[in-house]
Ligand binder design. Structure first.
Ligand code: GLA
Length: 445
């Protein structure tokens, strides 16, 4: 998709006067497709609705035309679109078990009676964008026809359905083939002339197979990619993802940026497995991680407090910060973590920051954390204007020497925004992440 293929052949009579050389060059350039300048936001069926194809017994929850139209309506009518959620994405189990006689993908005719193009038109008519799922291998993970052997045809099919976003999974394929296969499908997407966000599962399958993914190539060809396990509806699953991103941050973080994002998987806020505190934690941490915000939740029944988390504009603004720098864990000790993400505005080469204090402890009472801004690497001489992004607390402008004190609930989070204030003192650029792995600091836990 991010390719421009240039085939140039110079030779013959016309050029003989200039050179007798026949130059054949095949020049393949990787180009930005211009999409996903900030992490994509939308709704994705998988985590909540899985592969429920039983429309006879469960007509309201099966993977069907009706489900996607309903979610489209709610994304618009309930304010999700207003705060930035724009993609309505189908995941696995939309397909018929067989391709058509002509070898084309076709939706299950009972569950999608009007066809995919009609559904895509509906989503577009509501002002949203439309996403589809396929798999690079012989089958999708749930056993439906995969794209192997049909990469060009399938890319064309998606384009003909006016698809805006394609998630290409990696089941039933060999991870070694992915270094060629994922770019090849991207090439065919690009050749259609329709701009489609390209979500890859390329690195996660290679990591599972013990390979070292070539992230230079992945960044070049994909707009987002999965690094780790599927999210499940539990705090344990969420913790394992947060740990993965923290423990591997030095290799993971540099790969993120405008147009190319690490994808820690769907938001499960509003489902069955997370408490209110844990749900706030996921939203805050996904913003720190510059993660795609793809809600997988039943928007018909979500409770107001969870909807408010998903629609928290201040946290969404952190997630969507135009610098696109992924945050990192800067402190971890006795169950307390501090994560920081450099964001705009920048003043005098000092970044602003989103700071998340995360409490992984289970001892039932909120933990006090006290730390100076300076200790977290916030050293701009003009100080920072600090506000809490969940609670209505404005700390005002604080100097780097000021000790900030927060109470963090068990399995909960406090997320702050620190906007750098202008200062006239000359400064030189510095490492935005000053490490503070000094055990015993902050000193209150
Ligand atoms: C894989 C992916 C999931 C989902 C399922 C569908 O497990 O990682 O996100 O798409 O396949 O079968």
């Amino acid at each position: 998709m991010k390719y421009e293929a240039k085939n140039c052949v110079m030779g013959g009579n016309a050029l003989r006067a200039v050179t007798t050389l026949l130059i054949i060059c095949v020049h393949v350039l990787a180009l930005e497709n211009g999409l996903a300048r900030t992490p994509p936001m939308g709704w994705l069926a998988w985590e909540r609705f899985r592969c429920n194809t039983d429309c006879k017994n469960d007509p309201d929850n099966c993977i069907s035309d009706k489900l996607f139209r309903t979610m489209t309506d709610i994304v618009v009518s309930e304010g999700y679109a207003d705060v930035g959620y724009e993609y309505i994405n189908i995941d696995d189990c939309w397909l018929d078990k067989e391709r058509s006689y002509s070898g084309h993908l076709q939706a299950d005719a009972e569950r999608f009676p009007y066809g995919i193009r009609d559904l895509s038109d509906y989503v577009h008519a509501k002002g949203l964008k439309f996403g589809m799922y396929e798999d690079y291998g012989n089958y999708t993970c749930a056993g439906y026809p995969g794209a192997l052997g049909y990469l060009e045809t399938d890319a064309q099919t998606f384009a003909s359905w006016n698809v805006d976003y394609v998630k290409l999974d990696g089941c039933y394929s060999h991870p070694r083939d992915m270094d060629v296969g994922y770019p090849e499908f991207g090439f065919h997407l690009n050749r259609t002339g329709r701009a489609m966000v390209y979500s890859c599962s390329w690195p996660v399958y290679q990591i599972y197979a013990g390979m070292q993914p070539n992230f230079t190539k992945i960044i070049e060809h994909c707009n987002l990619w999965r690094n780790f396990d599927d999210i499940q509806d539990s705090w344990a699953s969420l913790e394992s993802i947060i740990d993965y991103y923290g423990n591997n941050q030095d290799t993971i973080i540099p790969n993120a940026g405008p147009g190319h994002w690490n994808d820690p998987d769907m938001l499960i806020v509003g489902n069955f497995g997370l408490s209110y505190e844990q749900s706030k934690t996921q939203m805050a941490m996904w913003a720190i991680l510059a993660a795609p915000l793809l809600m997988s939740v039943d928007l018909r029944t979500i409770r107001a407090e969870y909807k408010a988390i998903l629609q928290n504009k201040k946290i969404i603004a952190v997630d969507q910060d135009p610098l696109g720098i992924q945050g990192r864990r800067i402190y971890k000790h006795k169950g307390i973590e501090i994560w920081a993400r450099p964001i705009t505005p920048i003043s005098n080469s000092y970044f602003s920051y989103a700071i998340a204090f995360l409490n992984r402890r289970t001892d039932g009472t909120p933990s006090d954390v006290a730390v100076t801004l300076h200790e977290m690497g916030l050293v701009a001489p003009g100080g920072y204007r600090i506000e809490d992004l969940y609670e209505d607390v404005d700390y005002g402008v604080l100097t780097p020497q000021t000790k900030i004190k927060v109470k963090v609930n068990p399995s909960g989070v406090v997320i702050l925004r620190a906007d750098v204030q202008p200062s006239f003192r000359h400064s030189t650029p510095f490492n935005p992440f000053r490490q503070i792995f000094r055990p015993g600091l902050p000193n209150t836990f």
